[in-house]
Structures are given as structure tokens and as C-alpha cells.
Ligand binder design. Structure first.
Ligand SMILES: Nc1ncnc2c1ncn2[C@@H]1O[C@H](COP(=O)(O)OP(=O)(O)OP(=O)(O)O)[C@@H](O)[C@H]1O
Ligand SMILES: N[C@@H](Cc1ccc(O)cc1)C(=O)O
Length: 541
């Protein structure tokens, strides 16, 4: 239960005259924060962030027309988007929120990403046909921390309007971004907040008195998220019914205390967003709070990209490698690629249009646009390093690639490629035809032989021409792995290190395996080498 002091401060802020005072303060603060060059920039015709978003297909609805005019001057707006910590990572659908926040920043406004440490414990009924399972507190905390760190990294990578694309070509800035660059203004800032920080101190009595009293049950029941659920067999719990007011109050709290005046979200968030603008109007008795929703990103089967279905496109590299993330975009169908480019990248619309036209020209190499899309989105989500990792892995897994494979690259994609563990002794000197079958790459030796004849079998990306090929020591990359490929189907063979003995005496090893191998052992005393030698030892025995 809340401290008395907190309850008192809540009451204080809810007094209308005080709120108006605070609002005036925050307005004048943002005006005085404008850098000296800003005046010159006003001679350039700016388009508002809302126009920019609309042109890219990122606006489904706004709560008020006045958002457009308010958004024309930099620093006028502070937009927030909330994410409940219901998983350890955000997913592709959530990326839209981060992209839209980044557009606000690129157009000179500030942004807040809010992690729902409190709302995550309640569960948003929007778009859900049944009550969400309750999350335990430890999971909420782990997920919140992971999501905060992920959001921080991604928002940090939003390219500044003045930046150039990888190709060195100017990014062809949107008009108002160009104005910012000309005036020397910086991109807007961002903050990451957690709504548990205020909810933890608010008592039920405070809430009922200060917020509940202003909410109309009729309006709440009319929200799409509630209407649908009330018609279902299980109905809806009081807890989930309250969700819209929690989110509504978040907006009010940040509007009052932090100058946040826009809430954005997917179109499923409309009811919760308007709950916020209504509370602000009723309780604080001020206008000036806006909502903006963007269309939900849907899969080809019409279902929403989310976290609850199989094969989610996670943004955290721990849950989906940059390689797989990159591959997803590389394989986007032609029909979706331009739309994805508009909504998920910061490339200018002119450049996107040029690319779209190039697709229709004779000689267009399939997937050229997808490659660019994959690069742009992977760079934003996983950074330059993640993109490099993805490109390296893509190349490594391309049969016939000329690149020298190293075990680090191959191990880096271990989770993305079917793999099996085999003892070194079983791999060394074994006929490749046998290995291709025992690893499960192909079903029979005759199938392997046929493939070799057709030129489709590769060992470490090198085409195998002979059916009699034996695996040599040099084929096992860094003594750890080898990569077999049947056309585009890859299979990684990893050398098993599981039966490494707890201790082997080096002198004993020398006598067992001879000086040459023992010398390797001395210089490369790693677990794998250790095992490698041990396996040879067994061979020598
Ligand atoms: N496919 C999507 N397209 C656009 N926005 C999305 C998509 N999925 C989620 N969002 C938006 O991301 C924000 C956070 O949503 P949230 O964390 O609840 O994810 P969720 O995908 O709705 O969760 P779940 O899969 O559990 O339903 C909201 O603004 C929501 O509208
Ligand atoms: N309700 C949002 C998350 C959110 C939480 C708190 C907010 O104040 C805003 C948004 C969602 O689940 O998708």
C-alpha cells in the first residue's frame, strides 16, 4: 500500500489549476530548449511527422486533427509507446512502435518507450480471445530488464537524418528532416521508463477516488477489447477489464509529469489510447493529448505478427540469431518487399520508388530489393556487428561460396542449421558418402552418389567430385566442425567433446599418441583439442 506522502502528491497533481500551471511550464521549457538555429529552419517548409508517417503507411488513425499542426515544429511533441514484458524479447510487430518513435525523433521530437512492469502483471485484453495467463513476478522482472536493454540498443541505432546510407549515398532526407539538418538541430532524445515505478505507490483507494470516479463504465464496456470478450463464454475478469484505465492513467501521469503528449501504438491499442486522452481531458481539464495508431503488421495468412504464435520473429539475438532474422527479410515475397521497406526502414521514399521501378526492368536480379531490406532492418535491430555476423553466416552457408570457413562462423550459426555430434574417430577417414547418410543429410548412399554426379554435394562449401572422397584431418575446420551441403540444405557435423576424461596426463598422452599430436596438445590445450587428442589416443590404443 502506498505511502501517505505518495497519496498526497497524487492528490496534489490531480488538482486542475496545478496541472495547468505545470503544463505551461513544460511548454515554455521546450520552447526555450530550441537551439538558436531553429528560427532559420522555419523558413523551410516542413512536413509534420504525421505526414511523413502517413506517406509511409504508418498511420491508421489519430485522435485529433490538431496533432498534424502540432507536430510541425520540432520538440513540440513527446511521444510514447508501451510494451508489456510478456516475453524476454520484443518481436517484429513491436518493431513498428520503435520505428514510429524513431520517426518522431528524426523529425525533432522526443520519445519515450514505456515498459509495462505494472500493466504486464495485469494483461492487456486487446485482441485476445481469452484471459492471459498470469505472469510470475520473477518473469516480469527478467523480461522487463531484457526488453529495456533491447529497446535501448535499438533506439540508439535509429539513424540520424544527417547520416548517409551504407552505399555512401545521401539518404535523401525527408523535407522536415533536411530542415533539421540545415538548422544544426539534433534528433530528439529518448527515455525508457517503467510504469511499475508509479503504480507501486498507488493504493486502490487512491485509484478509485482519483481515476475510477472519472471513468464511465458504459464507455469502458463499449471498447472493442471488452465488447468482444463479454460475448465470449468465459467473459472477462475484473482485473483485465481495468487494464484500459491503467494504460489511460499512464498517459495522464506522463502527460502531467514528463510532458508526454502523444501516445502511439498498433491499431489494437486504440481503445486504451483513447482511454488516456479521455482521462486527461476529464481529470486535468486540458486539451493537447493526442493518440496515433499504426496498422498492424500482418503475415500473409492475415494473422498478426506477435509473440504468441510459433515462429515469432524475435528482435533479441538470444531468441533469433541475426542470421535468421536477416534471412527472414531476404525471403520476403516480392509483393510485400516495398511495403516493408516503407514501414520498417528509414530509407527515403524516392529511393524506395527507384528500387520499386528497378524491379520491373528486364535483367532485375531476384531478391536484390529483399537483400537491401534485410540489410537495413538487420542493421537497425542488430547493429553493424549483427549485420556482419548475418552476412558472414549467409555466405558461409552458401554452397560453392569461395570464402574460407572458420569454426567461429560455423559455430555462430549452430542453432540455425541442423547439426549432429559425432566422435572424431568416426569422422576421420570415413567415406564422405557414408557420412552424408549417417548424419541424416541424405537418405541413402545411392542418393549421395547421384548428387555427387550432379555436382550438388559440398564439403565446407567445396564441391565434391569423387564418390571415394574420405574425410581428411584438414577437412575438419579448426578440428571442431565440418559443413556438409546437399544443394541448399546444410548439415553441420560437430565433433563430440562430451566424453572428455576429467584428467589425462600429458606424458601418458605422448607415449600413447606420439610426439606430433602431443605437440598440438601442448600448444592448443583447449577442451576440443584435448578431446581430439584423446580420440586419437583411443585410435592408437
Ligand atoms: N503485428 C503487429 N503490428 C503492429 N504493431 C504491433 C503488432 N504486434 C504488437 N504490436 C504493437 O506493439 C505494442 C506492444 O504490444 P505487445 O507487447 O502487447 O505485443 P503483442 O504482440 O500484442 O503481444 P501478444 O502476442 O502477447 O498479443 C502495441 O502497441 C501493439 O499494438
Ligand atoms: N497495452 C500495450 C502495452 C502498454 C502498456 C502500458 C502503456 O501505458 C501503454 C502500452 C500492449 O500490450 O500492447
Amino acid at each position: 500500500m502506498a505511502s501517505i506522502a505518495m497519496a498526497a502528491s497524487l492528490r496534489t497533481f490531480l488538482r486542475p489549476h496545478r496541472c495547468r500551471l505545470l503544463l505551461r511550464q513544460s511548454r515554455s521549457l521546450s520552447a526555450s530548449a530550441a537551439p538558436p538555429g531553429a528560427a532559420a529552419a522555419s523558413t523551410v517548409i516542413r512536413r509534420s511527422v504525421v505526414e511523413v508517417l502517413r506517406e509511409r503507411g504508418l498511420v491508421e488513425a489519430t485522435t485529433s486533427e490538431s496533432l498534424g499542426s502540432a507536430s510541425a515544429s520540432p520538440r513540440e511533441l513527446k511521444a510514447y509507446c508501451g510494451f508489456d514484458p510478456t516475453a524476454e524479447s520484443l518481436h517484429l510487430g513491436n518493431l513498428l512502435g520503435l520505428v514510429v518513435l524513431s520517426w518522431f525523433r528524426r523529425c525533432g521530437h522526443n520519445a519515450v518507450a514505456l515498459v509495462g512492469g505494472a500493466t504486464g502483471r495485469v494483461g492487456d485484453p486487446s485482441g485476445k480471445s481469452a484471459e492471459r495467463p498470469e505472469l510470475n513476478l520473477a518473469a516480469v522482472e527478467t523480461n522487463s530488464n531484457a526488453i529495456k536493454s533491447l529497446i535501448g540498443q535499438i533506439l540508439d541505432r535509429a539513424p540520424e537524418p544527417s547520416q548517409h546510407s551504407q552505399s555512401g549515398k545521401n539518404l535523401n532526407l525527408e523535407q522536415n528532416e533536411q530542415a533539421l539538418v540545415n538548422s544544426g538541430e539534433k534528433m530528439g532524445s529518448f527515455q525508457i521508463l517503467d510504469n511499475y515505478d508509479w503504480w507501486k505507490d498507488i493504493t486502490l483507494l487512491d485509484f478509485l477516488k482519483e481515476v475510477g470516479r472519472f471513468a464511465r463504465v458504459g464507455t469502458m464496456i463499449a471498447k472493442e477489447s471488452v465488447k468482444k470478450r463479454l460475448m465470449s463464454e468465459d467473459g472477462m475478469s475484473y482485473t483485465e477489464f481495468t487494464y484500459q484505465l491503467l494504460q489511460g492513467y499512464d498517459f495522464l501521469y506522463m502527460f502531467r509529469n514528463m510532458g508526454v503528449n502523444v501516445q502511439i501504438g498498433g491499431s489494437d491499442q486504440w481503445g486504451n489510447i483513447t482511454a488516456g486522452t479521455e482521462l486527461i481531458r476529464k481529470i486535468l481539464q486540458v486539451e493537447g493529448a493526442h493518440g496515433l495508431t499504426f496498422p498492424l503488421l500482418l503475415k500473409s495468412d492475415g494473422t498478426k505478427f506477435g509473440k504468441t504464435e510459433d515462429g515469432a520473429i524475435w528482435l533479441s539475438p538470444k531468441m533469433l540469431s541475426p542470421y535468421k532474422f536477416y534471412q527472414y527479410f531476404f525471403s520476403v515475397p516480392d509483393i510485400d518487399v516495398i511495403r516493408f521497406m516503407k514501414i520498417l526502414t528509414f530509407m527515403s521514399l524516392d529511393e524506395i520508388q527507384e528500387l520499386e521501378e528497378s524491379m520491373k526492368k528486364p535483367g532485375y536480379v531476384p531478391n536484390t530489393i529483399q537483400r537491401r531490406l534485410a540489410e537495413e532492418v538487420t542493421r537497425f535491430v542488430h547493429g553493424e556487428e549483427g549485420l556482419e555476423e548475418a552476412l558472414k553466416a549467409t555466405e558461409a552457408l552458401r554452397p560453392g561460396a569461395q570464402t574460407q570457413l572458420d569454426s567461429q562462423t560455423i559455430e555462430g550459426i549452430a542453432d540455425d542449421v541442423p547439426s549432429c555430434f559425432l566422435p572424431y574417430g568416426q569422422v576421420l577417414k570415413s567415406p564422405l558418402v557414408d557420412l552424408a547418410v549417417s548424419t541424416g543429410l541424405l537418405a541413402s548412399k545411392s542418393a549421395v552418389r547421384r548428387l555427387i554426379k550432379q555436382g550438388g554435394l559440398y564439403l565446407n562449401n567445396i564441391r565434391i567430385d569423387s564418390e571415394d572422397k574420405l574425410v581428411e584431418e584438414g577437412d575438419v575446420v579448426d578440428g571442431k566442425v565440418l559443413l556438409l551441403s546437399a544443394g541448399k540444405k546444410n548439415k553441420m557435423v560437430r565433433i563430440r567433446a562430451s566424453h572428455v576424461p576429467a584428467s589425462v596426463d600429458r606424458a601418458q598422452m605422448t607415449t600413447l599418441v606420439g610426439p606430433e599430436i602431443s605437440a598440438r596438445f601442448v600448444t592448443q590445450n583447449t577442451t576440443i583439442r584435448f578431446w581430439w587428442v584423446w580420440d586419437c589416443c583411443q585410435g592408437y590404443k
